[in-house]
Design a protein around this ligand. Sequence first.
Ligand code: GLV
Length: 390
Amino acid sequence: MDVPPPEVLSLPMVVPSKTLMGPGPSNCPPSVLQALSLPVLGHLHPECTKIMDDIKAGIQYVFQTKNELTLAVSASGHAGMEAVLCNLIEPGDKVLIAVNGIWGERANIMASRYGATVHRLEAALGTNFTLTEFEDAIRLHKPALLFVVQGESSTGVYQPLEGLGLICHKYNCLLVVDTVASLGGVPFYADRWEVDAVYTGSQKVLGAPPGITPISFSSRAQEKILARKTPPKVYYWDMTILGDYWSCFGRPRVYHHTISSTLLYGLREGLSLVGKEGIENVINRHKMCAQRLHKGLQAMGLQMLVAKESARLPTVTAVKVPENIDWTVVTGYAMKHYFLEISGGLGPTANKIFRIGIMGYNATNDNVDFVLKVLEEGINYARENRSAKL
Ligand code: GLV
């Protein structure tokens, strides 16, 4: 052999049990972990395709939609963005991207790569957009598509969406919404709000592992995809073929790729738990926990990045790092002493904030109290040991 077997692979794998209270992934509930250990099935076995059908129904429930083009793509939540933009953008299309954090920036880059002429609507860090701002920008730029993030996990900002679909459709513009970090933490109604394309993360409120991403397209969006002059640039994301693999068009199922049956089990169980609790109760649980967390953070004298209470995302809280504190010492303390993940900022908020995630199985009062206690200890530790090296 030119390359010997790596010695490291003969050693046991190290996977500690951690409490994941960053912006995701969250901890999988025990029944999801059990589901993940079921035997692998072939991707076209009838039991596997039955699970895909169940998942499709579950995704329609969590998105509150009857869209027939509803499925899960085999990749992380970020791929939802890629798949939507790849399918809905044709070279030369005008696109409007609402940018108030890293996800709008990413959508901007992706849309440009798919050949769109991109216009940006920008909001200051920690703020969201008004319907008037959206309508003015749509009237000005006349885009074929508006991209909006419902829960900007890099800033902890919540974007209300009611009324936006109506405005978009008045100007013949499709509405695309990223709900990766928000779904299940705040209300979302794809059909009622006239959303044309939406995707979310499996690894956040839904409590499944990352790697499989719920996605759904309205009939308006579907028409645009079917009427494309050029095929979508990436075969892997092509909804005309993927839709047939997920049996979305009433035609016989055809092979597209080898889906991970294991991830399907995890997602199905996550969706099943949400269905049993009722999504409105899941949302309420997140709201209660977020209120408890925000109250606790403010009692500690910490400052929220998002000043306006109604613009705060319950699932990801952005809290400013206190002056003269090295945030890495605080998060390092939490991990070293408690195996607790608290995250730092991302993109425009890097080094400026802590991000605390309350998602899915982790959205409990006990976890909120735990994270508050450890954060306070960590900040005190960082204050007392300004040059601490952990
Ligand atoms: C990922 O979703 C992140 O916000 O870090």
